[in-house]
Design a protein around this ligand. Sequence first.
Ligand SMILES: Nc1nc2c(ncn2[C@@H]2O[C@H](COP(=O)(O)OP(=O)(O)O)[C@@H](O)[C@H]2O)c(=O)[nH]1
Ligand SMILES: [Mg+2]
Length: 243
Amino acid sequence: MKKISIVIPALNEELGIGHVVDEISVVKLKQMGYDTEILVIDNDSEDKTPHIARQHGATVIIQPIRGYGNAYKAGFANATGDIIATGDADLTYPFSALPKILKKMEKEDLDFINTNRLKYVNTKVMSPSHIFGNLVFTTIIKLLFGAPFVDSQSGMWIFKRNIWKKLKVYSSGMPFSQELKIEAYIRGFKCGEIPIRYRARAGKEKLNTVIDGIGNMKHLFVKRIQLTIKHPHAKIHKIIILG
Ligand SMILES: Nc1nc2c(ncn2[C@@H]2O[C@H](COP(=O)(O)OP(=O)(O)O)[C@@H](O)[C@H]2O)c(=O)[nH]1
Ligand SMILES: [Mg+2]
C-alpha cells in the first residue's frame, strides 16, 4: 500500500483545525490504494489547536520556533508517505479534492503539483489587494525564474516526498511557499498546476500583508542573485495545466 502524508502548519487555528482534519477523505484515499497520515505542525499556539487536532485523529508535531517555513520543514522531516500534500489549517483549502488531484498526478506522472486559487477567486474569499499582489508576484517570478505557475503564493501542494531532499529551500517564513515552487521548477521536476476553489478563512489571518509582501519580494531578488552565482543554468520547461 502506498502512503500519503498530509502536512498542515497551524498557529492559533482552533476554529478551523478540527474541520480541516475531518475534511480529509481517508476512506476515498484508501480505496485509491493510499494509507493516510495527518501531521499537524503546531507552531507554538497559545490556544487549543494541538488539543483539537489530536481529538480529530491527527498526529501533532511541535515546532516551537515560529515561522511558516519552519513549520513545514519540521513537517516534511517527520513525514513518511510516498506523497506529501499540504494546506493551511484555516479552512481555505479544499482537502476533499485530494483524491481527484492524486488521480491526475498519477495519470500525468507528475513530481510536483501546485494548486491555483486565482482561476475561481472572488473578493469574498480574498481581498482585492491580495488578488492584485498575487498577480504581481506571479509576473515577477515568471520574469526572474521563468517559472510559469499562475498562483505563486498558493499554500496547497502535492508532491513526491523523494524530491524534497533535492530542493534547496532556505526560507523559514512566508517566502517558503514561493521558494518551494521555484525550486521544484528549476531543478527540472515534472510540475503541474490545478485550479481549486479557495474558501473564506476561519479565524484570524496570520499573514501581514505589507510586512510579508515586502519580505516575499525581497526574497525573490536575493534568491535570483544566489541562483545566478550557484546555479546559472536554470531549466526552462513547460508545466502541465490540469483541468
Ligand atoms: N503566518 C504564519 N503562519 C503560520 C505560522 N506558523 C504556522 N502558520 C500557519 O500557516 C498557515 C498560513 O497562514 P495564513 O495566515 O493562513 O496566511 P495566508 O493563507 O497566506 O493568508 C496557517 O495555517 C497558519 O496557522 C507562522 O509563524 N506564521
Ligand atoms: Mg491561510
